[in-house]
Ligand binder design. Structure first.
Ligand code: BGC
Length: 715
């Protein structure tokens, strides 16, 4: 019998339930504070998993209790939300999505895993794969943006990065694909609210990224807090047992979200913890995070016949199997034994800077950037100009604010201390305006102004929905005063926006000469922004989410289906608003560079395509600008006539071309025709003969796309 088979045979019920339980140690960066009870439970073998602990010494101390003092010596599984870096913070996931760079997505996850594993951790609650089309919801910042195909590519890269080639190696973490699924379309963008969307949307939009994560070998999956049409995901038999385990063949661990099993009572589908525990176990949830529902609720549930011991055993086996795959039985101290080196830390900082450079989206540039050389004084204004800790963004794991480079610090380093003047003007979110006059005065003395505005790091992420998506506090008053004064003096204002979502600031986009979306860039934020502002590097990122121009346009995304009455200003009875255009402020994929690109000569072959063919898409890209830069080319499709109305655009690929001024290149992409299948009226995938448009260009605005048609044929 296998090691874990033997163990299972020897386990008492409380020991089994301990393996199905995860509780938090509220860590302080200097050390964890473990409740005495948890320590006791680890020792007596009734607690098998922990979250929120940092530091190899502390992790090993707890591990020692389990493997040296508990009866069966089963190692602990210890996890943390390592979302965009552990101690070294990289750009937030939404920002990183906009780099459209698979290698980068994987590299940052790999480095985060190495760093977290060196701290003793074995699991990260990432990647977050929630396709998010409503920027009121704060958690969009943790994920891939609005597109499902993009989310699936990120899923593959992140799982490969976190888990490495071998889950058992000392530098690998078990990844957790979350939150399964359709968490983002909460009612009115309000966190934790109910979700009610079509089965087609669930299958077409929200499930594919999880399919990709499972295909990439993800070790664990976390169900969403929310309900879908009345069934909370934590108890969703059809989606967990039927789809995830059945259709996708997932045999890893399902770990509940924080107290989510207990919350089944509040959802109103369980009368008490016993029923809640039974529902979650039967749906396939293996680990109960924080609810104590399994430890307290499963014994009476077993007695009452609500669950069977075989179901408990199957869950325990999955948890033990994961611990075995992680190498924890062979050497529970393998993670955290070798301390992180100075060289590794330096390598990570370099990666963090390169990543941050690749994640800034230049939304507008009226010849204000890069800054002219020889500038004598630059004013760096705004509440986010000298705010190192804010650069972390939400979910900073063990990242320390003091390790972060602010914009002021980065620009001082780049231009020289004496050439940068700074005034915050206002706070991020307060009614005070007394500082505005000094800020305007500082700008008056400078030849250009960098205006750093936006949200605090905690205004996005979990439990951070917003109903107004403008700038908080009195930042608009500051920006208006600064822009007016600069315009009068004929000097440029470069706005840098920090946020975990697209902000709705049409007035700023109008008034500022250049606008950079910096999202939250992590520890090297200030240096990376200085690299871009001074022209050492060119911006290259593209927004992975549509920027609305008005709140009432939400949800707004490029993958909408056509209307029977498309907008027509001449015709009253068409699909439009009376008071705002349909078009977004910036479409998905928008992002300027210091180069200028033209795309021409789209070639698509073959013209007639069977399901087994690979379609070759080629386009010539020329940098007609005066600076070297990198263009991103997107490939979209549109099925013109099908048995089910298809989205106006579907993303199917992207490629990058870094070109010197005057240089041209033919960019080539392959598109397997099988990817043109869609879910028919019966929701089964089908390849349907007929015409399909192939659209290629720099963003999801149709007017900017080159179009070619192919014909799908059977056979
Ligand atoms: C979040 C999860 C996270 C968990 C553990 C929950 O509140 O929804 O995304 O992994 O906490 O920290």
């Amino acid at each position: 019998m296998s090691r874990i088979g033997e163990l299972l045979k020897a386990m008492t019920l409380p020991e089994k339930l301990g393996q199905l339980t995860m509780t938090a140690s509220s860590y302080a960066v200097t050390g964890p504070v473990i409740a005495g009870d948890s320590t006791e439970s680890i020792r007596d073998g009734t607690l098998g998993n922990l979250l929120n602990m940092v530091g190899a010494d502390h992790v090993h101390e707890m591990q020692r209790l389990a493997v040296e003092h508990s009866r069966l010596k089963i190692p602990l599984l210890i996890g943390l939300d390592v979302i965009h870096g552990h101690r070294t913070l990289f750009p937030v996931p939404l920002a990183e999505a906009g780099a459209f760079d698979r290698e980068l997505w994987q590299q940052t996850a790999r480095e985060a895993a190495l760093e977290a594993a060196a701290d003793g951790l074995a699991m990260t609650f990432a990647p977050m794969l929630d396709v998010a089309r409503d920027p009121r919801w704060g958690r969009g910042v943790e994920g891939p943006g609005e597109d499902s195909w993009l989310a699936a590519r990120i899923a593959e890269a992140k799982v490969a990065g976190f888990q490495g080639a071998d889950l058992g190696s000392p530098g690998s973490l078990a990844a957790v694909a979350k939150h399964y699924c359709a968490y983002a379309p909460v009612t009115a963008g309000r966190e934790y609210a109910s979700v009610d969307i079509s089965e087609r949307s669930v299958r077409e939009v929200y499930l594919p990224p999880f399919g990709a994560a499972v295909a990439a070998g993800v070790a664990a999956v976390m169900p969403a807090f929310t309900d879908l049409a009345g069934i909370p995901l934590t108890a969703h038999v059809e989606l967990l047992q039927g789809w995830l385990r059945g259709r996708l063949g997932f045999d890893g661990v399902i770990v509940s979200d924080y107290n989510a099993i207990g919350e089944l009572v509040r959802h109103g589908i369980a009368a008490d913890l016993t029923q809640a525990a039974a529902l979650a176990l039967k749906a396939g949830v293996d680990i109960d995070m924080m609810a104590q529902a399994y430890r307290l609720g499963l014994p009476p549930a077993l007695e009452r016949g609500l669950v069977r011991i075989e179901q408990v055993d199957a869950a325990v086996l999955r948890v033990l199997t994961l611990k075995e795959r992680l190498g924890l039985f062979d050497d529970p101290y393998r993670r955290g034994r070798t301390p992180d080196t100075a060289e590794a830390r330096a390598r990570r900082r370099r990666l963090a800077r390169a990543a941050a450079v690749r994640c800034v989206v230049m939304l507008k540039n009226a010849a204000a950037l890069p800054l002219a050389g020889g500038l004598r004084t630059l004013a760096v204004i705004g509440p986010l100009a000298d705010a190192p800790a804010e650069m972390r963004g939400p979910w900073w794991a063990a990242g320390e604010g003091r390790d972060h480079v602010s914009v002021v610090a980065g620009l001082k380093r780049a231009l020289g201390e004496g050439r940068v003047v700074h005034a915050p003007g206002v706070e991020i979110d307060s009614a005070a305006t007394e500082g505005i006059a000094a800020a305007v005065e500082a700008c008056r003395q400078a030849e250009a102004t960098v205006l750093c505005l936006g949200e605090a790091a905690t205004m996005s992420g979990e439990a951070a929905s917003r109903a107004h998506l403008g700038l908080p506090g009195e930042q608009r008053a500051l920006a208006t005063a600064v822009c007016a004064s600069a315009r009068a003096a004929g000097r440029p204002v470069i706005a840098v926006l920090f946020s975990g979502r697209p902000l709705i600031v049409p007035w700023l986009i109008e008034q500022a000469d250049a606008v950079l979306a910096a999202w939250f860039l992590g520890c090297e934020a200030g240096n990376a922004l200085a690299d871009l502002i001074t022209g050492r590097e060119s911006p290259s990122a593209r927004t992975p989410i549509t920027w609305p121009r008005a709140l009432g346009q939400i949800p707004i995304f490029f993958g909408e289906r056509p209307s029977g009455r498309p907008a027509n200003p001449q015709d009253h009875f068409t699909s439009k608003y009376l008071d705002v255009p349909n078009e977004p402020q910036f479409p998905f994929g928008h992002g300027l560079t210091y180069g200028r690109f033209t795309l021409a000569n789209l070639r698509v072959a073959p013209a007639r395509v069977t399901e087994r063919d690979v379609i070759e898409v080629q386009v010539d890209v020329v940098n007609v600008g005066e600076r070297a830069a990198e263009e991103t080319v997107f490939v979209f499709t549109h099925d013109v006539v099908a048995s089910v109305a298809r989205p106006l655009l579907e993303l199917k690929g992207f490629a990058k071309a870094a070109l010197a001024p005057g240089e041209s290149r033919s960019v080539r992409l392959e598109l397997p025709a099988g990817e043109l299948r869609f879910l028919g009226p019966d929701l089964a995938p089908r390849f349907e003969p007929g015409e399909v448009e192939i659209l290629v260009g720099p963003c999801a605005e149709r007017a900017q796309l080159l179009v070619s048609r192919i014909e799908l044929i059977s056979g």
